[in-house]
Design a binder for this molecule. Structure first.
Ligand SMILES: [Fe+2]
Length: 244
């Protein structure tokens, strides 16, 4: 993957974020699709752990795990890590943060997000999904969806990758029907959104994204990415966010 920037040339550049684990032992196959959405909504959709049992009930949400315990979320200056512990409703109480934190020790996070726009789903030790969210303009985001795997046999690799591309498109299309309806398109203007505890990772993304925008040198911010068409922006009532 390549990173393109604008502005004056510098003597030094920050490190390009990526997932260090993908060394030469991994193979990958990539699908690219353009959606009529702002990049903030595209990213937040992939950090939303509560929708899986509903929107994906015929695919990855088939297990009916609609009970959202947590999620447990950790973050630093450049990344967000999410441990997803959804389960079926059994009547048990939700675990507290200390209990969820203890359960996360020694386990890889289910989701990892690297700013500004890289996401990884940890499906298993030999299979991962990565999405690069690329803002095209204020109303278009390109998804580069890449499946990383360790199938090296050429006779198996081709059909496996074809199947992965097909299923990735299918699962992502289930999200599309919802994400394209969200208003305002740019979530930085979504003063009326009511986030719940299950949205803890989204709340964290919004906090960190706002901080990065405040720090961004004005000349390097693309105005077209921050100013959706006025006709697409809904009135903005007061904000209410459940803190993490
Ligand atoms: Fe989804």
């Amino acid at each position: 993957m390549a990173v393109v920037g604008r502005g004056a040339a510098r003597d030094t550049y920050p490190a390009i974020p990526f997932f260090a684990e993908f060394d030469a032992g991994w193979r990958s196959t990539t699908v690219a699709v353009d959606w009529p959405v702002h990049y903030t909504r595209a990213i937040e959709n992939q950090l939303d752990v509560a929708h899986i049992a509903f929107i994906h009930r015929t695919t990855i949400g088939r297990g009916g795990r609609s009970f959202v315990d947590g999620p447990y979320v950790e973050a630093d200056d450049a990344s967000i890590r999410v441990w997803v512990t959804n389960s079926r409703h059994t009547g048990r109480e939700r675990r507290g943060m200390a209990e969820l934190a203890a359960a996360a020790v020694g386990r890889d996070p289910s989701l990892t997000f690297l700013f500004p726009g890289l996401w990884r789903l940890n499906i298993g030790s030999r299979l991962k999904n990565v999405v690069a969210f690329v803002p095209i303009d204020a109303v278009t985001t390109r998804y580069y969806l890449r499946v990383y795997h360790r199938v090296t046999n050429p006779l198996l690799r081709w059909p496996f990758e074809a199947l992965m591309r097909l299923s990735s498109r299918s699962i992502l299309n289930q999200d599309r029907a919802i994400v394209v309806t969200q208003t305002p398109m740019d979530s930085t203007r979504a003063m009326g959104d009511r986030l719940i505890e299950a949205d803890r990772a989204i709340a964290q993304y919004r906090r960190m994204h706002a901080r990065l925008l405040r720090r961004a040198p004005r000349l390097e911010v693309l105005p077209s990415l921050l100013s959706p068409a006025p006709a697409l922006v809904a009135p903005a009532p007061a904000a209410e966010v459940v803190p993490a």
